[in-house]
Design a protein around this ligand. Structure first.
Ligand code: ADP
Ligand code: CDP
Length: 239
């Protein structure tokens, strides 16, 4: 798809660098770095970039097989993926199957790891300065980020992604606790699943043990995190 996997660097985030190839395509390069607490804790994590890229490619391809439109075009087999360039919707869509993380902080009346009767879908504004605040569906519509029909499409897609990923994980003995998705608009105005799906953006348990970035948030080293991602990829047969 691209000859040399180079482009003009247009953005450097906490986890990835983004390069423009042309008006239609971007390269996203996963960094060998792990950050937590809005970047306050940051460590070099050799090998993590490739593992997270491989996870993203695997999950996007799996979802694609179920008809979930997503931005993935190609993978260099290492830390870079080629994606469709989208106009991103600046919200994080979080789906929760079990009570954890920021849910417990705002709702301490629920016991940790309680299974919800039905998956919860919630929205946070993407803003490091404001620490990604929880926002309502009315906020999103009033701010003109999407219309009502588009918001429903996002919710339904997020729930479908949850069913597909939860079932897939369960079939391998893993529990999907929660995860974050991002969406954008393509040139025709379609809503497309974007960004990444990896141990950085979900919580996955095996026999109560994390195989995700929560390890690092809880104080494990970057090296331990890389080992956990290797284990996840082994268990899920991710190349
Ligand atoms: P952050 O900005 O939170 O530090 P990253 O380091 O992951 O995050 O940077 C990747 C950036 O690329 C994010 O801002 C994300 O919203 C954006 N992005 C993801 N997929 C696409 C896409 N297909 N088109 C345009 N931007 C994208
Ligand atoms: O991580 P924290 O407890 O602050 O947030 P959360 O709202 O409980 O996170 C829910 C899920 O979304 C977890 O799987 C996080 O890894 C993921 N998430 C993310 O990928 N990026 C964020 N900026 C926030 C959460």
């Amino acid at each position: 798809m691209v000859d040399n996997w180079v482009g003009e660097l247009i953005y450097e985030g906490k986890a990835k660098r983004v390069y423009k190839v042309n008006d239609e395509l971007l390269i996203m390069e996963f960094k060998d770095e792990v950050t937590a607490f809005d970047g306050a804790r940051k460590e070099h994590a050799p090998g993590k970039g490739r593992l997270a890229a491989a996870q993203t490619v695997f999950f996007m391809q799996l979802l694609g097989k179920y008809g979930i439109r997503n931005h993935l075009v190609d993978w260099d087999g290492d830390r870079k993926i080629l994606v469709k360039s989208l106009r991103m919707i600046p919200i994080e869509v979080i789906v929760r199957n079990y009570a954890y993380g920021s849910f417990l902080k705002r709702m301490p009346l629920v016991k940790p790891l309680t299974k919800f009767r039905k998956p919860l879908v919630e929205f946070h504004l993407k803003s490091d300065e404001l620490h990604d605040p929880l926002i309502t569906t009315d906020d999103i519509i009033e701010a003109g980020l999407v219309n009502y029909g588009q918001l429903n499409e996002i919710i339904n897609t997020a729930l479908r992604v949850n069913s597909i990923l939860s079932e897939f994980m369960a079939s391998r003995g893993l529990t999907l606790v929660d995860f974050k998705l991002e969406f954008g608009f393509d040139k025709s105005g379609n809503i497309v699943l974007a960004d990444e799906i990896s141990g950085d953006t979900m919580r996955i348990l095996i026999n109560g043990r994390h195989l995700d970035k929560e390890l690092f948030r809880k104080g494990a080293s970057a090296l331990d995190l890389v080992r956990a991602y290797e284990e996840m990829n082994r268990l899920l047969n991710i190349p």
